[in-house]
Design a binder for this molecule. Structure first.
Ligand code: NAD
Ligand code: IPM
Ligand code: MN
Length: 366
């Protein structure tokens, strides 16, 4: 037993494929560095539905609440698209986020130099890029009431509600300002205060928290549609982007392509500190289950491996080890290792998911 507990939920599609590569990294830290983890594994998403009829059992939920960190692969897939909404794979993931109260979702987008020509944007626009999107993760239109599909008269009406309390905005804002202080000290908050009352409140609260507690951090505001345009036009103007649940989902997929591939983007979802001082935490790649490439050895495991690096840093106080792992990823990319999603202008022969994992472990050891 160690005092580092980790619950692994590989999930669906390429989730188990990329998680197998993270396992190699975890094993390496144990055998080569004596840094061991108490790892358990369980089901989530479609895999849990197949076994138990629900996308997350109460027992798995309880386990997630107890461990230091959860590492999740991906959920969902075409086999589950027609399931009742309440048991869709994605509901399992949303339950984890909500019940663990993981309100601060950190989605860093970094462009590794070796991939600067792989982005759909020009090298000079993305090279050296290092931004952090702070996505509020437990509220907004994902969870607001009323919601549902009703019949009104002779037609159906679909309803979701964008709802934010002051407290929810304030705690996300504090996370963004704290992150900025450890980076380049700039926060750009994105909402649509021009058309949404929740956006007006969002802007007000961010300004209030800034004035009262973070006057040293440079703060700006942007409408989220302009923000999307600016992310593509000149992404290096940003340091930390603070935004809500839905805008953050969309803007982070957009930011993924600045780095070369969605298969590169990790994330950390953090909540309040637990009794042992560590934050409630779940780590997962930004990408989904990628049904189009499942089972073909084509998945890029880097997003999931970098998510584990974030776990080392944010849950286990192993910042040096996290940096070592990030350098190993950078190193294999500099050596030319490429999974199929990273076939850039020069083409070449891709390596498999498993070969990429092996290369990263070999680099760690070198
Ligand atoms: P997706 O992220 O699964 O795939 C989008 C595209 O990116 C696909 O072409 C895919 O092949 C590619 N891609 C994604 N990850 C990759 C990787 N690691 N390596 C190489 N290529 C990669 O998004 P989608 O197709 O819109 O959704 C598929 C399913 O995944 C849906 O059921 C969706 O709800 C679910 N989803 C889950 C999560 C999650 O678990 N966190 C996130 C997003 C989508
Ligand atoms: C993500 C995903 C999820 C989201 C889905 C699968 C619930 O797209 O993590 O980015 O919308 O938050
Ligand atoms: Mn998404």
């Amino acid at each position: 037993m160690t005092d580092r507990s980790l619950l692994i939920l590989p999930g669906d599609g390429i989730g188990p494929e990329v998680m197998a590569e993270v396992r190699k990294v975890i094993d390496w830290f144990g055998s080569a560095q004596g840094i061991t983890f108490d790892v358990s594994e369980d089901l989530v998403g479609g895999a849990a539905y197949d076994a138990h009829g629900v996308p997350l059992t109460d027992a798995t939920m309880a386990k997630a609440q107890e461990v230091d960190a959860v590492l999740l692969g991906a959920v969902g897939g075409p086999a589950y698209d027609d399931l009742d909404f309440s048991v869709k794979p994605e509901r399992g993931l949303l339950r984890l986020r909500k019940e663990m109260d993981l309100y601060a979702n950190l989605r860093p987008a970094q462009c590794f130099d070796a991939l600067a020509d792989f982005s759909s944007l020009k090298r000079e626009v993305v090279s050296g890029l290092d931004i952090m999107i702070l996505r509020e993760l437990t509220s907004g239109v994902y969870f607001g009431e009323p919601r549902g599909i009703h019949t009104e008269g002779n037609e159906r009406v679909g309803i979701n509600t964008q709802r934010y309390t002051e407290g929810e905005i304030a705690r996300a804002a504090r996370s963004a300002f704290e992150l900025a202080r450890r980076r380049n000290n700039k926060v750009c908050s994105m909402e649509k205060a021009n058309v949404m009352e929740s956006g007006i409140l969002w802007r007000d609260v961010v300004n209030e928290i800034h004035a009262a507690e973070y006057g040293d951090v440079e703060l700006s505001h942007m409408y989220a549609d302009n923000g999307a345009m600016q992310l593509v036009r000149a992404p290096k103007q940003f340091d930390v982007i603070l935004t809500d649940n839905l805008f953050g989902d969309i803007l982070s997929d957009c930011a993924a392509m600045l780095t070369g591939s969605l298969g590169m983007l990790p994330s950390a979802s953090l909540g309040a500190p637990m009794a042992n001082g560590r934050p409630k935490a779940m780590y997962e790649p930004v990408h989904g289950s990628a049904p189009d490439i499942t089972g073909q050895g084509k998945a890029n495991p880097i997003a999931c491996i970098l998510s584990f690096a974030m776990a080392l840093r944010y849950s286990f106080d192993l910042g040096d080890e996290a940096t070592r792992l990030e350098r190993a990823v950078e190193g294999v990319l500099a050596d030319g290792a490429r999974t199929a999603d990273l076939m850039g202008p020069e083409g070449g022969t891709p390596i498999s998911t498993s070969e990429m994992g092996d290369a990263i472990v070999a680099k760690l050891a070198s």
